[in-house]
Ligand binder design. Sequence first.
Ligand code: R5P
Length: 300
Amino acid sequence: MDIVVGPKDGFSERIAEYLNLTFVPLHRRVFPDREICPRIVDAIKGKSVLFVSRTSGADAFHPNRYLIELYLALTNLKSLGAKELNVLMPYFVYARQDKVFREGEVVSAKAVLDLLKNLGVKRFYTVTAHMQREEGKLRFYDEMECYTIDGFEEIGKYIKAKYNPENPLVLGPDLTASSGAETVAKVLGISESSALEKFRDRDTGATETKGELPELNGRDVIIVDDIAATGGTMSKAVSMCKEKGAGKIICAVVHPVLAQDCLNRIRNTGAEFIGCNTIESCISKVHVEKKIAEFIKQHS
Ligand code: R5P
């Protein structure tokens, strides 16, 4: 790869720095009717590009806006003569719909990857994909080189450095989070982790969380998940831990989507709430740029 193209948000620049590549800014122009015009003024001809598409939870979260920006920017890069296109989308938007849950639905995760493939993208990188928590090639899609990079290890390192908790319970709020909980526990030097079980009503979206927790008697708890969207999953797990007498509770997610009232919902439980900077937000404390760059160096 020759250059990193992305918005001037600090994140793209650091990816370029860690990869020892030149950073080329994407200028974001928004017209009064809210249509966007991503502009690139540097020379692109003949260059192999890594395009960074990082979403933001700072204002209302608009996955659609980032998708159209990605589409327009890649189209732009092609017409400017880019030799090769690669995409880094730290939070894989639309990935949660990774199968048909109800008849008549679209598999939106595949539709996004099809879009990129049809634009000629060679490699796609993301962090902790919803459909595959294990780092490496994404098994979900084999029509393009796709990779998922683990974000839980960085969460573990951050918690160790900042809080250094003594013998905490590391908990996944549902079974799909159990491997993330194991990774965080391992970084903290704990041999065991635990996970609750969540059941979702596919029609209403309502969830129910079940599972046995030990008596906590003031013990600290770290609850880890890939995403906090509405915060419902996390806050239920926090309540269950409090009922068992937990001490300090830290909620840590790879992707702080922070939809609706998520931030207050979790903060109102009294728990600390942190996330990775795969999405720009006020709780994005865990930096993953170095880890991403190291992975890309080995897989490009
Ligand atoms: C679901 O399977 C995910 O791993 C997360 O638990 C979920 O996306 C969190 O959503 P919410 O914050 O809306 O409960």
